[in-house]
Structure formats: C-alpha cells, structure tokens
Design a protein around this ligand. Structure first.
Ligand code: ASP
Length: 402
C-alpha cells in the first residue's frame, strides 16, 4: 500500500470510529469489542517499541561512522543538523511556554487538570539532574524491559560508539545489526498495518471523553503550531542562511520557494528530494557533490518542522491527558524529540511513530496520538515545507564552510 493510501486508511479508521461512537456509544458489545481491540493494539505497539528504538538508533550510529569518515564535510553537516533541530525544539517549547491558549479550557472529560511546572521548585535543580542521570545510565536490560526511553537511547549510543571504535573495518557486526533492524522493522510493519483498526477502536473509546471544547483546544493547538513553524521558517532559518551561510535571505527564499511548495503539496521530504537537489545546484550555487551528500541525509535526519511540532504536541497532550510535566520531563522531551525527529522518515505523517516515543518517555498514554491525528494532515504540509527549507539552508551553510 502506498503511503498516501495508508494515511487515508488511518484517517478513515479514526473517522469511522468517531462516527460509530457518536451514534452507538452505549451499545455494550461494541464498547467491549473496541476496548479489547484498543488494549491489544496498544500492547503490540509497546511490545515492539523498545527493540525498534534500540536497533534503529544503533544502526543509525553505524551509518554515522561512514559520515564521520567523510571528515569535515560530514562534521559540518552533522553539526548544522543537530544545532538547527535543537533550535527548532527550543523555539517550539519557548513559544508554548508563553502561549498555551488551550489551558483556558478543561482537559478531556474525567481527566484531572495537571500542573505544567517548568521549574520544579519542590524537587530542586540537583534532584532533577540526578533523576535525569539515573534514567540515562540505567541498566540497559532494565531500560529495555521497563521502556525507559532515555536509558535505551544511552545504551544504543554507547554500544554503537564503542563498536565504531573497537571493531575492525571489515567486521560484519554493522551488517548483522542492520539485518536485525530489518527484522524488527518488519515486525513493526505488521503492527503498523493494523493502525487503521487500532485507531478506529481508540477513536471510538475517546469519543465519549470529547466535547466541543476539545475541538476549540485542538484549533488553538493548531494555531500555535502554525505560528511557531512560520516563525522558524520565516525568521530563524532566514537569519541562519544570512548570518552563517552568507546569503541574502530574500534571495534564498525566492529561490527555495518551488521546493518548499512541492514539500507542502506532497507532505514528504523524501518525495521532494529531486527538486531540492536541483534547487540547491541550479539556484543556490551549491556544488553537485555537496548537494548530493547533504540533502539526502537532511531528508532523512534533519526535520526542523517535525521537531518543533513534536515538542508542542507533547506539551498540549500532557495537558489534555492530565499528565504533569516538571523540569525533568521538559528536558526529557527536548532530548527524546531531537532523536525522534531525526529518526522520522520523510513521508506523510512520518513523525507519528516518533511522537509515540516522546509520549511514552514522559508517561502520556499512547492513545493520545488519536487526538493529534484529527488535525495532523494540514499541519504536516507546513512542517514538511519547513523541513525542506532547513535542508536547503544546510546545503548553503555546508557549501560555505567546507
Ligand atoms: N511529513 C514529514 C516529512 O516528510 C515528516 C513528518 O513530520 O511527519 O518531512
């Protein structure tokens, strides 16, 4: 099934669940059935998520080893991608810190209001840091078993790093890891194939908790995401292309326009890649080998719009589902979003799997994803355009500094 049809099936499943619930919410057997489907689906998702994160990160680190062997070009590219993703999340979290209109409305029915405390005065700074360190350096087996996302990330990074240093060049470990990753991906694919059914059940169960204020809150959430994304795309990235890339931002935006519109229409950085490469070479004066290295890598791991969106989405869903977030949780959101955005594939709704990882990391129930899916398609268009803009700015910056 192409990703477009799959996305349509997901939305179809969710909408069908909603429509059915609106009309038959108190039919007992339908309630029981959707409850069973929901539990099975969420259990299957949780079953696969730990190995998926561990092996995809490990094989990512192995690939970075190759990028690292490209020396300065690889180094500058990675540095650019890491720092702009971090800036994007900070823009998202910074804006949502000041502007969070949905808190004027109650969270979902039957869910207590949670305090969102950015500075956790009770726990104190030292306690926050020591909690963070305890989670980061947990026993790797315990981390996998307990779904401690931070612990899994550290284990995979350290394992990959040590393997890169200690193994000989002709070791077949990287290919074993990539084979295991393929197997895990296949199992995840089976679980994901049932997504329309799972979302149907979740939507059915969620409907009873939703009223008109939820839709108002969702609209506010969408407006904040659009505003923050536009700020990043029209202010932050042009400033970077000007100050770091040495290019007039108006010149950049007018020439990047076609690629950005393509991204907007396709909702896919991967599908836009041929246009991005052509744009970089022919309109932004980036040399062919650099464009051929920076842009495919960017379409896979550099997603500013996605990172920004995930940060705001987590804060919004934490409120709607009554999960309190303290300073520790905000740091976790920052770190895990960096990796989740880097791991998101450049396809329509590609970030939804990574968003689940961030939700799990701070204890937000997985079914929260159904709420975001209601508004996901229009938001995907604009964040993909900004993802592609970020890649093109990266190409200009790398051209200048290598
Ligand atoms: N659609 C996005 C892209 O292709 C990924 C996502 O955020 O869902 O860049």
């Amino acid at each position: 099934m192409t990703s477009k049809w799959f996305a349509a099936a997901i939305i179809g499943g969710a909408v069908f669940g909603w429509l059915l619930a609106v009309n038959f919410a108190d039919v007992a057997w339908l309630n029981a059935l959707t409850q069973i489907i929901q539990s099975t689906f969420l259990a299957a998702l949780k079953m696969i998520v730990a190995p998926l994160i561990f092996f995809s990160l490990l094989s990512g680190v192995m690939q970075l080893r190759e990028a690292g062997s490209l020396g300065r070009l690889g180094g500058v590219t990675l540095l650019y991608y890491l720092s702009t993703s971090a800036i994007a999340i900070l823009v998202g979290l910074g804006i949502v810190f000041f502007i969070h209109p949905w808190t004027d409305y109650p969270p979902l029915q039957g869910i207590p209001t949670a305090d969102i405390t950015f500075i956790d005065t009770e726990a104190g700074f030292a306690a926050t840091i020591s909690n963070l360190l305890l989670a980061l350096f947990a026993n790797p087996f315990a981390a996998l078993a307990e779904l401690n996302i931070l612990g899994i990330l550290t284990a995979a990074l350290l394992f990959g790093l040590a393997a890169a240093i200690v193994l000989p060049k002709d070791s077949n470990f990287p290919s074993v890891v990539s084979d295991i990753t393929l197997i895990v991906y296949r199992i995840a694919g089976w679980v994901i194939a049932t997504l329309p059914l799972g979302l149907f059940a979740i939507a059915f169960q969620l409907t009873s908790k939703i009223d008109v204020t939820t839709f108002i809150s969702l609209a506010h959430f969408a407006l904040v995401v659009v505003g923050a994304t536009l700020f990043h795309g029209l202010v932050v990235l042009p400033l970077i292309v000007w100050l770091v890339g040495g290019m007039n931002p108006i010149h950049f935006l007018t020439h990047a326009f076609q690629a950005m519109v393509t991204a907007l229409i396709t909702s896919s950085s991967a599908a836009t890649l041929p246009i991005s490469i052509q744009t970089a070479q022919e309109k932004l004066a980036v040399s062919r080998p650099k464009a051929a290295f920076v842009l495919p890598l960017g379409a896979t791991i550099n997603m500013d719009g996605t990172a920004l969106f995930e940060g705001i989405a987590v804060i919004f869903l934490a409120y709607m589902f009554g999960v309190p977030l303290d300073t520790f949780a905000i740091i976790v959101v920052f770190l895990v979003t960096m990796l989740a955005a880097a791991g998101a594939p450049g396809i329509p709704s590609g970030s939804m799997a990574g968003l689940q990882t961030v939700l799990l990391a701070v204890g937000i129930p997985l079914e929260a994803i159904a709420l975001v899916l209601l508004i996901e398609r229009p938001l995907d268009t604009i964040r993909t355009a900004i993802n592609v803009e970020g890649d093109l700015v990266g190409a200009v910056v790398v051209e200048k500094w290598t």
